[in-house]
Write a protein that binds this ligand. Structure first.
Ligand SMILES: C[S@@+](CC[C@H](N)C(=O)[O-])C[C@H]1O[C@@H](n2cnc3c(N)ncnc32)[C@H](O)[C@@H]1O
Length: 243
């Protein structure tokens, strides 16, 4: 951190090459990248991206035996006004994300058929409904979230089609769409038809400015490998947090 802050690029490079982690946080939650000078910022960003690309590839290979969310789908979830929590009290979805979900709905609702994967707290689905799509398909895999969808009346909406199951398993029941929003839990990117719009919530490290830059660029690079171009839409986080 001192090397980054002081602009000592050669020292910072040596430390990183010797295995110093790029993502250690100070007691106040700052990383070397948050403190970096113009001379060390790009160095740290480049190192962080390379590390995460390699670690991501290794993790995906290790997980190829089974989907990471399998246990989550078999465990209990709890609901409150503010959040949906998994059995380990980790937040699956939180109410403060509403403005983000509204922005995603705006991006994917350009007319025609819309697909949302992951119902959560129904924030994005409520927003999608306001655009009155021709058809609004929702895929949800958790039995308790699915039961809550029905209780809230989502099964009776005229333009809504609910598909219960993991998106990986129900793909044959899906069609092609004009807009897809994908926001599951503990999963990864998806495909869609050429020319369509793909919007997703990138919640990786939103509470550390440098980490967020790293993961935004990482996602853009990985999507570029799949043939996608990426556009990030900045939103005023302060408004989300104070909601
Ligand atoms: C982060 S929440 C979605 C929040 C939602 N976007 C909203 O606005 O409230 C993730 C949801 O995806 C569901 N989910 C997790 N894995 C899934 C899978 N493989 N297929 C379909 N749904 C899945 C979870 O049960 C949960 O309801």
């Amino acid at each position: 951190m001192h090397a980054a802050e002081g602009g000592h690029a050669a020292v910072a490079r040596l430390l990183l090459d010797c295995g110093a982690p790029w993502n250690v946080l100070s007691p106040s939650g700052l990383s070397a990248g948050d403190l970096a000078s113009d001379d060390t910022y790009d160095l740290l960003l480049d190192h962080a991206l390379r590390s995460e690309l390699i670690l991501g590839t290794v993790a995906r290979r290790q997980n190829s035996d089974g989907p990471p969310a399998e246990n989550y789908l078999e465990s209990r979830v709890s609901f409150s006004e503010e959040r949906v929590m998994d059995a380990e009290s980790k937040a699956v979805m939180m109410a403060w994300e509403r403005p983000l979900m509204e922005a995603h709905a705006r991006a994917v609702c350009q007319g025609g058929k819309v697909l949302n994967i992951g119902f959560g707290m129904d924030l994005v689905d409520e927003a999608i409904q306001r655009y009155e799509p021709e058809e609004h398909t929702i895929v949800e895999a958790h039995p308790e979230v699915y039961a809550r969808m029905l209780k809230l009346g989502w099964g009776e909406k005229k333009n809504v089609r609910i598909v219960f199951g993991r998106w990986q398993d129900v793909m044959p029941q899906l069609e092609s769409y004009d807009g897809i929003f994908f926001d599951t839990y503990g999963e990864y990117y998806e495909d869609m038809r050429p020319g369509g719009i793909y919007s997703y919530f990138n919640g990786l490290c939103g509470d550390n400015a440098f980490f967020h830059v790293v993961y935004c660029q990482l996602v853009a690079m990985e999507l570029a490998n799949l043939g996608y171009s990426t556009q990030f839409i900045p939103l005023p986080v302060k408004d989300c947090v104070t909601e």
